[in-house]
Design a protein around this ligand. Structure first.
Ligand SMILES: Cc1ncc(COP(=O)(O)O)c(C=O)c1O
Length: 531
């Protein structure tokens, strides 16, 4: 399969920038950042001609002055050349100074540098930074080197979200005003705890979460077992640090969630990719591969990324293996609120409770507010077996002591006053509509190019490619057009799958963005197929 030829001139495909009118970042700055990123990442070839400010403004739906302002800024910083009013090109040679970040750089600049270093390939698992590549690189510990390379895969791109980025919730539905009112009310009433909290979190929030999980997910726990954490990622990190020794084997789903892979690798675990079929993780295969594993990571309610539901018999098999071998099961219930048809399935943690013969629990349950609210809040939770409560409280204290109090208190109010349930209903309906738009647009434009089927759950879909198209090439070509679609093979630790696929997140994008994204994908894949 050949790479699509890079086109030059006004129709340059790399000009596909996506604006976020809701963002606090001014429009000219969004244009500036998008172009700068395109230049530094090489998507916009050096010397390539940009479209006219008028054409780009029309394309982006912004005022021409907005584009002129961004061009001026980029010109004054040396990224662009050419006069205002004349043709504008990306500079042939970017001054070295622009490729490094001065000490006084702003946060946005530092983020851009990070994304440059890493290729910002959340989920792809392909980018790496090499700590020893530069002569000036600091000397890292062996653990540090491992963290710097594996962790780099999780760093997100700076700038506005673009379709079909994964892990982006319906952020446009976040109740900003209400959240602000609840926060203001706490401060005005002098009702914010200014001291340090229990590392497990604020009592009222832990109670609210325990109650919610019991009713909505069938979790069996007390509020003492609930830990409020900075997103599911922190839960995975704490679990790995506390329960895995370097060299321990850990089952992960194949294909599976890169965030989990990275957390376990950071603890020095040896990962054992266990295949997933239509019934979820193939437990018998796991036993054949590594019966002595210390831990198994699963997403049984909606496997990430394939979307299958783990069957009851597999769940029981997995619980039986864990009990017999003293292994831990990490149940990541990351998007359970987004089930559109049928009754939500109770979780494995509850199933284990029902079956209990009095022996200690083997399941650690992990959840997040990143999907129902926004991932930038960085609030998630885990439910741990009683025997591990103290060890987790101590471990958490070594990291960041606890999640900031004000966020916990406001979230407790948000749940306690009934807003959360209303909000879940709202975003669930919204995301169901967005999925329908994606499926519909795919039917119209992607027939024969990408096979996409509706899914009764989740915030992403898997689109299967024609056999002759490599998913990594499709991902790369889409990226060059400003579309983020993730190659399924990037979620495989072992061999790439026989059939390539693209994983498409839709939850965070409006119907028009989804339709436009599909049209661009259709162009790209159509071209790839005809080559
Ligand atoms: C499988 C899975 N688990 C967990 C998360 C949530 O992570 P966090 O709560 O750290 O934002 C995601 C987000 O993309 C995910 O895909």
């Amino acid at each position: 399969m050949r790479e699509p030829k890079k086109r030059r001139g006004p129709a340059s495909p790399v000009m596909h920038l996506v604006m976020d009118p809701e963002s606090a970042t001014p429009m000219y700055r969004q244009v500036y950042e998008g172009l700068r990123e395109a230049i530094l990442s090489g998507r916009l070839a050096q010397g390539a001609r940009l479209p006219s400010s008028r054409a780009l403004a029309a394309d982006l739906g912004v005022a021409r002055n907005t584009v002129l302002q961004a061009f001026d800024q980029l010109r004054s910083e040396g990224y662009l050349q050419g006069r205002r009013g004349g043709g504008t090109r990306a500079r042939e040679v970017i001054p070295d100074a622009l490729l490094t970040v001065p000490r006084s750089a702003t946060r946005g600049d530092a983020k851009a540098r990070q994304s440059r270093n890493t290729g910002t390939s959340r989920g792809s698992g392909t980018s790496r930074i090499s700590p020893s590549a530069s002569p000036a690189a600091p000397r890292l510990s062996r653990r540090g080197q491992s963290l710097a390379t594996t962790g780099a895969t999780l760093i997100r791109a700076a700038g506005p979200h673009v379709p079909f980025e994964l892990g982006v919730p319906a952020h446009d539905a976040f109740p900003r005003r209400l959240w602000g009112q609840l926060t203001g009310r706490r401060w005005r009433r002098g009702d914010v705890d200014l001291g340090e909290l229990d590392p497990a979190g604020e009592a009222s929030l832990r109670e609210a979460i325990a109650e919610y999980l019991a009713t909505a997910r069938g979790v069996r726990c007390t509020a003492e077992q609930v830990f409020v954490v900075n997103g599911a990622q922190q839960a995975l990190h704490l679990i790995a640090q506390l329960l895995l020794d370097p060299g321990d084997r850990a089952w992960i789903e194949e294909p599976g969630y890169v965030g989990a892979r990275v957390a376990f690798e950071a603890a020095g675990a040896r990962l054992v990719p266990v295949p997933v079929d239509d019934d979820g993780l193939d437990v018998a295969a796991g036993v054949r591969l590594a019966s002595d594993a210390r831990l198994a990571y699963v997403t049984p309610s909606h496997q990430f990324p394939l979307g299958v539901v783990m069957s009851a018999s597999r769940r029981l098999q997995l619980l039986g293996w864990a009990r017999a071998n003293g292994a831990w099961i990490v149940e990541d219930d990351y998007d359970s609120e987004f089930r559109y048809t049928g009754r939500p399935l109770p979780c494995m943690q509850g199933l284990e409770g029902e079956q209990s013969d009095g022996s200690p629990s083997r399941v650690l349950y992990v959840g997040t507010f990143s999907k129902t609210l926004v991932s930038g809040l960085r609030i998630g939770y885990m439910v741990v077996p009683e025997e591990l409560i103290d060890a987790f409280r101590a471990t958490r204290s070594t990291v960041d002591r606890h999640t900031p109090t004000i966020y916990q208190q406001v979230l407790a109010d948000f749940i306690g006053e009934g807003h959360y349930f209303r909000h879940i209903r709202h975003v669930r309906n919204l995301c169901a509509e967005r999925q329908a738009v994606l499926v519909d647009a795919a039917k119209t434009h992607l027939d024969g190019l990408l096979r996409i089927q509706a899914d009764p759950a989740g915030l992403h879909l898997v689109g299967w490619l024609a056999p002759e198209i490599r998913d990594t090439e499709a991902q790369r070509a889409a990226m060059a057009r400003g579309i983020r679609s993730w190659a399924l093979s990037g979620f495989h630790l072992g061999e790439a799958p026989t059939r390539g696929a693209l994983v498409l997140g839709y939850g965070g994008f409006e119907a028009r963005e989804i339709r436009k994204g599909v049209e661009i994908l259709a162009e790209i894949l159509g071209r790839m197929q005809s080559h």
